[in-house]
Write a protein that binds this ligand. Sequence first.
Ligand SMILES: Nc1ncnc2c1ncn2[C@@H]1O[C@H](COP(=O)(O)OP(=O)(O)OP(=O)(O)O)[C@@H](O)[C@H]1O
Length: 458
Amino acid sequence: MSECVMEEEERAESVVPSCVSLKSDRSKDYPYNFGIRPQGSPLKCQKRSASIGDSSCPKGEKKRRTELQTADLNNSVSQGGELQEVIEGHKISLKRRCEHVTEGTHEAGSGTLLNKIYTELYITEGQSEEVDTQHEVRQLERTSKKNIRDTPIKCQDIFKVLSEQQRHIRVVLTNGVAGVGKTFSVQKFSLDWAEGLENQDISLVLPLSCRELNLIRDEQHSLLSLLHVFHPTLQKIRAEDLTVWKLLFIFDGLDESRFSLGFNKHQLISDVTQVSSVDVLLVNLIQGNLLPSALIWITSRPAAAYQIPPSCVDRITEVRGFTDSQKEEYFRRRFSDEGLSKRIISHIKASRSLHIMCLIPVFCWITAIVLEDMMTRDQRGELPKTLTDLYSHFLRVQIKRKKQKYGGKQRPEELTEADKELLLKLGRLAFEHLEKGNIMAQFLQEGGPHGDHLFMIN
Ligand SMILES: Nc1ncnc2c1ncn2[C@@H]1O[C@H](COP(=O)(O)OP(=O)(O)OP(=O)(O)O)[C@@H](O)[C@H]1O
């Protein structure tokens, strides 16, 4: 999909690390969030403390030890309670950030509820074999018609052992093309967990966006300090807690990572307090040298997934997008006006290319934005039937929204000379980068009237 999208409020703020906030501009909105179900941490602490005893001790020493054990136990119990609080706080904060997606001109955090618009995705275990070089409409058409022998799997089940042949699933790699819903899946998985609905055997879910990890690429960290940086609510968590709890690390958007993950040659790290470069920490986590019992979920566009050696991966899944009935469900959920959703659905069904492209959720979103605008406000124009039509209208709607949000003297529909110049420059930039084979690039336009703007060719 070649699109040049202006990054603005259209994307939800990344819910991952709040302290290193960078507005996302991948397919659109994102966020994550996590919670925890402490698996009785005080109990585990008690066990650890109680094992200190040694029957071969002399009497005085034994008494002293007993006293020490009791103190340690009390300490652990109170720390366990404190830990529980920290975890609950983290859960609440992540839930808050995960439950909304910010779209349109909504202020960050006040957008649509994820659960209102989230539509079940078609996810399979396994992945398509070949890299497809056909035009994307043909590609998608073939994909949707392909006799898929891979097994459908629900997002919330990706770490579950589903058949007798399967062993423990520690590392899951989820592939999917741009805009197919990988980040939304991460967000939904996290929200369900934070709300206590799914995967409650996991103590702590830790989402880390690869894009945001890039920001500390040149820094040295231990795994513990890295967590503190990206999840400040977990400041009080200690090294030993990480080994006791069942953790899930989620690395979303491997394709955006600028790390070179050297799986063949790297420093071995098994201590969560040992400082190293971030890429070395990631490799050790994925390989299981560091926190061997932690679960790891990596999402990636297919072209970048090769970075993870197959030997490290216990399960590969692929987000395939929406089936035909899920496409309809998406539009029904999105619009409370039933008449409008019916009209949109029948328009999409009548246009072969739009219908095929709506396999990809982000395309459903673009279609929804454009058709809603045209059907409710601008009824004169002919509805777009081709992709070029649709993208042109999308650009127009985005410019209009930007003007509505930031104000301005001219009518929102009108393009100023400056708008036209900017659009032509963006077009030229996109074209030049596509010619160079850069299918994804970000540019920062500094000093704009409303601060910096991030543009992405994607
Ligand atoms: N399950 C879903 N229900 C409703 N809308 C969805 C769903 N999945 C994705 N979308 C829509 O598609 C957009 C893109 O999804 P998402 O960001 O999750 O894609 P992605 O696979 O992570 O893309 P990229 O590889 O570009 O990061 C979302 O912002 C949302 O508008």
